[in-house]
Design a protein around this ligand. Structure first.
Ligand code: FAQ
Length: 331
């Protein structure tokens, strides 16, 4: 794996070995890198890619659950779901702000998403036909997100690491609300239990795919680990998630949809079946059931919100001009 970003397309780098070594020494000493610090262009590029894709995932991730806000079965469930979806909007905003500190604008990031140049998590391209899907998303999708994101609180880039601290606290509430929905359904009528089982059957494998390709196929992991952007590999985090989640399914009496799943006493973890990587790449490349709808919804919101952005900008300019005039008058 070559050092992505450190080497230009012509195989050269204009960053001196001394600069790269000094930067790596700061990383190895666990010093946080802040927005105005010198950094290799590859480090900046990797962070913009990852943080912007993370932000897009939070915003697109509001759509599958937003589908259920008006149909949540009780007022309590509706209030909790509304708060959760609102949190996701907030996470997107912290993350866009963190990416902006690296010199990219929100407009550019959104245009990249709409033009297909930037990705968002594969998981949000699956539909949510039943209420149990809301339980499964909280339990499994937020559960997987936390497993991946707790180590990001120690990411070498300060603004990303700090944003992740608050995000993780909120994600842990999300995970519990999802698990509690699943627990209620699993302890309910036979029909409710079968809704919960069906949702687990449909969300389990896509949740494992959220961690990204296996380590042997992951393009960015080696360099991101060296730069301490990532602290664990995709497969390491996937294994931790399986080990944490299987006992939770057992506890509420649901069966994991994986006949190969079994405890391996030697490795002190579960062995599990083979992930359908063809499905993963098909969904990542736009061929999932909901890809078109998700991007269409984002495009509509972006276009219909243009006047709000223009009005806010005009208002900010007017206020700045008024303040400047007042400052001159006060001199
Ligand atoms: N979906 O070389 P790697 C959430 C791409 S937030 C789509 O291993 P890396 C909260 C990857 O971008 C969920 N694409 O890449 C919530 C790369 O393509 P690129 C999002 C994927 O970056 C819950 C290529 O494959 N979380 O759920 C996926 O080292 C409930 C090669 O992969 C984050 O974004 C995928 N699953 O590792 C909201 C966390 N996996 O960019 C609402 C931050 C990989 O070269 C409801 N991100 N790809 O075109 C990360 O930790 C990393 O970026 C990984 C991927 C682990 C996702």
């Amino acid at each position: 794996m070559y050092a992505q970003g450190l080497i230009n397309a012509d195989g050269e780098t204009d960053e001196t070995p001394a600069f790269l070594e000094a930067f790596q020494a700061r990383i190895d000493a666990e010093q946080k890198i802040e927005p105005n610090d010198p950094m290799p262009s590859g480090y900046r590029k990797t962070l913009i890619r990852q943080i912007s894709q993370h932000a897009h995932s939070e915003i697109v991730g509001m759509l599958p659950e937003g589908n259920w806000i008006t149909r949540a079965p009780t007022l309590r469930r509706k209030a909790a779901l509304l708060a959760k979806v609102q949190d996701e909007g907030g996470h997107g905003l912290y993350l866009y702000s963190a990416a902006e500190t690296l010199g990219v604008s929100r407009e550019e990031m959104t245009e990249d998403l709409l033009a297909g140049r930037a990705k968002y998590s594969s998981i949000f391209n699956y539909p949510t036909p039943t209420w149990a899907d809301i339980g499964a998303i909280g339990w499994l999708v937020d559960g997987a997100a936390i497993m991946n994101q707790i180590p990001l609180c120690r990411c070498s880039y300060g603004p990303y690491a700090r944003a992740m601290i608050r995000i993780c606290k909120e994600e842990s509430f999300h995970q519990r609300q999802g698990y509690e929905i699943m627990m209620t359904l699993a302890n309910g009528s036979a029909q409710q239990k079968s809704l919960a089982q069906d949702a687990l059957d449909r969300w389990w494998w896509p949740s494992l795919m959220m961690f990204g390709p296996s380590d042997s196929e992951s393009q960015h992991s080696d360099q991101s680990m060296t730069w301490k952007i990532k602290r664990f590999t995709n497969d390491e985090l996937r294994q931790k998630f399986v080990d944490a989640t299987v006992p939770q399914a057992d506890f509420i009496g649901l069966a994991m949809p994986d006949p190969a799943l079994r405890w391996n006493a030697e490795k002190k973890g579960y062995d599990f079946g083979t992930i359908d990587w063809d499905e993963f790449w098909r969904v990542v490349k736009g061929g999932g059931q909901m890809n078109r709808d998700r991007i269409a919804a984002r495009r509509k919101a972006w276009e219909e919100g243009a006047w709000v952005r223009e009005a806010a900008l005009a208002h900010a300019k007017k206020r700045a001009a008024r303040r400047a005039a007042e400052a001159v008058a006060a001199e």
